[in-house]
Design a protein around this ligand. Structure first.
Ligand SMILES: NC(=O)c1ccc[n+]([C@@H]2O[C@H](COP(=O)([O-])OP(=O)(O)OC[C@H]3O[C@@H](n4cnc5c(N)ncnc54)[C@H](OP(=O)(O)O)[C@@H]3O)[C@@H](O)[C@H]2O)c1
Length: 293
């Protein structure tokens, strides 16, 4: 029994995992490029996460690149049976750290093999296709070619389940004609709620939705109302932001990122935070306020 069980579990692919997990992107160097300043600290964050009951870690071989997966392998192998590692493909890094599309069949095969090698796995349990049609947000367009290529890698036994990231509702529908979709990972948090309808639809269908930037990215969420609610409930603004997501819909699977054991512990404690109805109503106005600005 872990205190994380208070937030419940939900299915991704073949198994249910705890709804409060960990996103490993912050473990690479500045700008998610190169090695971290303190590799031992990165290893400690991962080990503390798993010791605390985290059984869902989100990563990619393009974090670093390669570095984050290599640190995961160093910190956690042999992997606990209950640990689900979800990775993503579809992008690569330029020599200057830029984020470039890599969605050709050859790029995707290379990315799957790189993930397998750097994580030290024979099979990747869940692989998200990260659409790079739009770098900073979902953009309509066909994903048929890259998805067909990933489905072929799945047939070869290198991938168990396929998910999608940075996609539109229509792309989710279209994708299902090619393969089953285990999860959708898009930007979503207290103030970015463009996917409200998609979250609810996927919840009805029993599909996990994994919000990235749950704390608002590199500049964590800041707002007077959020701080006031945090004071009222005796928690930090980041904990309130996570608790709001947990209460928003049962299919939301959280992967807050941090490079700090202290922040990790604070974030995981959000599993035990129950927000009163009035606090949720106040927080619900934040997105409307932001949209009006
Ligand atoms: N599919 C995609 O396109 C995509 C894009 C982005 C991210 N992701 C995934 O989503 C995960 C989460 O996103 P993210 O890590 O970029 O953003 P995030 O979770 O929204 O926020 C991370 C930022 O918040 C800070 N932070 C974390 N906990 C904190 C706390 N308790 N108090 C104060 N500050 C805190 C971190 O700094 P410290 O390190 O100092 O704690 C870091 O700067 C990533 O790790 C990655 O796995 C996916």
């Amino acid at each position: 029994m872990s205190s994380l069980d208070k937030a419940g579990a939900f299915r991704i692919g073949s198994r249910a995992v705890r709804r409060l997990g960990y996103g490993a992107m912050q473990l690479a160097g500045p700008g998610v490029f190169g090695p971290p300043r303190d590799r031992a600290a990165a290893v400690a964050v991962l080990r503390t996460a798993v010791e605390s009951g985290v059984d869902h870690i989100d990563t990619s071989d393009f974090y670093g690149p390669h570095v984050t997966n290599q640190i995961i392998r160093e910190a956690l192998q042999p992997y606990p049976d209950e640990l689900l590692i979800v990775t993503k493909v579809g992008a690569k890094r330029g020599s200057d750290g830029s984020w470039l599309p890599a969605m050709s069949a050859a790029d995707l095969a290379q990315a799957v093999h790189d993930n397998l090698r750097h994580l030290g796995l024979d099979v990747l349990e869940v692989v998200n296709l990260r659409s790079m049609l739009g770098i900073h947000g979902p953009q309509e367009g066909s994903l048929e070619e890259p998805l067909t290529a990933l489905a072929e890698l799945q047939r070869q036994g290198l991938i168990q389940h396929i998910g999608l990231s940075n996609v539109t509702a229509r792309q989710v529908e279209d994708a299902r004609r090619i393969c089953a979709i285990a999860c959708v990972q898009n930007q979503y948090n207290l103030v970015h709620r463009e996917d409200d309808a998609l979250v609810e639809r996927l919840a009805r269908e029993g599909t996990a939705y994994v919000p990235f930037f749950p704390l608002g990215d590199f500049t964590p969420l800041q707002s007077g109302a959020l701080s006031q609610v945090a004071d009222q409930v005796g928690a930090s603004p980041m904990q309130v932001a996570l608790a709001w997501l947990l209460q928003r819909s049962p299919n939301l699977m959280l992967i807050p990122g941090t490079s700090s054991v202290e922040h990790l512990r604070q974030n995981l404690a959000a599993a035990e935070l129950q927000l009163p109805k009035e606090a949720v109503a106040r927080l619900d106005t934040l997105a409307e306020t932001t949209a009006r600005q």
